[in-house]
Design a protein around this ligand. Structure first.
Ligand SMILES: [Zn+2]
Length: 418
């Protein structure tokens, strides 16, 4: 009898302790700080995603290939193991019926009864160029770096889902690299076209990423370009209010600085999935570390990436995603034509300064000379009190293009002529 009594007491005490632990965890969950979440970022997991998905065996993940199918399954299994919900009924996968390949989409339901109906999208494309002339194009920076970041953010936020107010969709797009941009053969275009009106109106913000592991300007270490925030005051406030991250240097840049086309002042060349959302009037922000010399070459391999930088970008993405899910006001001032000239001038000036301080290896002397001259122009612009004229703003775009050309293709003859 005594033994039974003792056992009963032990049982009651252990139950009590268990409940306390549970209660503690719940309090923790609701109040966990961003810093604690960021401490959970696992560089080994990030590295593992890159080494698996951008390995030689994946043969460049050409759209519709068996290897791309394997990449899709890998991403799907990760979503499943993090406990995220499939977005399409029972399926995470969305076959692109207008073309080839499939998007992979997972839902993390938000916890705030008032905000959970709204959606924040965190996206990256997983396809690349496949094999060309017998050579594998692994596409590690382009764009498994971003897929890895998306997966790690999904894992951490799924683990601490009670801190997330709005719902989040994690999306891996297919068919970004094919020359089908702007059509619904592109994974992101297909996704947007297939959205119901109701779902389209639920989207607060799309966060798009492409090329997230380059250190392309050595004299500007940690540079992460943040594009598109100039289109809304709410959005630029979200960007400005990010907590600084050691070793990370966010550089805000207008889309016009990367989308301009040489010799065609009225043309615009979109460079990633965000364009599908822009066409549907959905606010977005686009993150990238820029094109390196390995861009679209067989040398874009896992060993060429900067993992410390990916880790810092992961910390940034985590903060940005949480900021968009919890603090961002509904964007009601979105303007596709909006510019922020003073930010553009300041950012181009700092990048140009860094490029000239430590010029890319093999840069042509005429490119260097032309950039040097451009520096005077940018200084002149920065001293102006009036807004830039149309011609001056176009000149700033051309200077930005010249810089990007010099960084990615230093030996190209045409860079000074952009
Ligand atoms: Zn890409």
């Amino acid at each position: 009898m005594l033994a039974v009594l003792v056992l009963l007491i032990v049982f009651i005490i252990s139950q009590g302790t268990g409940m306390e632990v549970l209660a503690d965890q719940r309090v923790d969950e609701v109040s966990i700080s961003l810093e604690e979440l960021q401490n959970d970022i696992d560089i080994n997991r990030l590295r593992h995603h890159v080494y698996v998905l951008a390995s030689q065996e994946m043969k460049g993940r050409d759209v519709g290939s068996n290897e791309a199918e394997r990449a899709i399954s890998y991403i799907e299994n990760k979503f499943k193991s993090y406990g995220l919900q499939p977005w399409f009924g029972e399926d995470y996968k969305q076959p692109i019926t207008t073309g080839a390949g499939a998007n992979v989409v997972a839902l993390l339901p938000g916890f705030d009864p008032k905000l959970r109906h709204e959606l924040v999208l965190v996206t990256a494309h997983h396809d690349h160029l496949g094999i060309r002339e017998g050579l594998i194009y692994p596409g590690a920076d382009d764009n498994i770096s971003s897929v890895a970041l998306m997966l790690e953010t999904a894992r951490i936020l799924a683990k601490h889902s009670r801190v997330v107010k709005r719902s989040i969709l994690f999306i891996s797009f297919d068919a970004e690299e094919k020359p089908e941009g702007g059509t619904d053969k592109m994974g992101s275009g297909f996704f947007v076209n297939q959205l119901s009106n109701d779902n389209r109106q639920r989207i607060v913000l799309m966060i798009g990423m492409d090329l997230m592991a380059g250190e392309v300007i050595p004299a500007l270490p940690g540079a992460l370009f943040i594009m598109g925030a100039e289109k809304s005051l709410h959005l630029s406030r979200l960007i400005q209010s990010r907590t600084p991250i050691d070793g990370l240097n966010p550089v805000p840049l207008g889309l016009a600085m990367i989308e301009a086309v040489p010799y065609c002042p009225w043309c615009q060349h979109s460079v990633s999935d965000y364009d599908s959302f822009r066409q549907a009037d959905i606010p977005f922000v686009f993150l990238s570390t820029g094109r390196s010399q390995y861009y679209h070459t067989p040398a874009d391999t896992p060993s060429s990436l900067h993992y410390k930088k990916i880790e810092r970008n992961a910390a940034y993405l985590l903060g940005l995603t949480l900021g968009a899910a919890n603090d961002l006001e509904w964007i009601n001032d979105y303007d596709h034509h909006a510019q922020d000239q003073s930010t553009d001038i300041a950012s181009v000036a700092s990048v140009l300064d860094a490029v000239l301080k430590q010029p890319p290896e093999g840069i042509r002397w005429d490119t260097f000379k032309s950039l040097h001259k451009a520096q005077d122009t940018v200084t002149e612009f920065s001293e102006k009190t009036d807004p830039l004229s149309w011609f001056e703003y176009r000149r700033l775009q051309s200077i930005s293009l010249q810089m990007q050309c010099a960084v990615a293709k230093p030996s190209w003859r045409i860079c000074p002529w952009f």
